[in-house]
Write a new protein. Sequence first.
Length: 161
Amino acid sequence: MHAPSRRELKDTALAATIAGTIANLAVTATLGALARGQGKSPLQPINATSHFFEGPQAGKVKEADLRHTGTGFLTNHAASIFWALPLQLLISQSRQTTGRTVAGAALVSGLAALVDYGLMPKRLTPGWEHALPARSVAIGFGALAVGLAAGSLIARRMMGR
């Protein structure tokens, strides 16, 4: 194994940004649809992520505002890019195939769920549990896996990898 070049590091960071952005959009859309299906505002799960500043009542906020929606969306976006980075490092170590990318995305999403809800203090969880039941939270992590995989494949195509 060799030390990555500056170019390889930049490519990995760009791929993680692309994949993480697509993953965040997938998670946001999925959580919104799940909330709507349960008679809630589609913004509640994203607003709930601001619970680390606003407390658990953030999951009850139904309207869009910078304090809840902006904070929640940007926090989820940053977290999605964070989790896209180890995926990019993982898939760059072997011949990239769709199957390996999907498997890697599932592995990373499972790790994210374990860390977020098993190891992090309650105040630092994604907060989705303040707006949705556990089953919907699990589906949210499934959406993260799908978004990471799709985003990684799109990044690979965009970057000619």
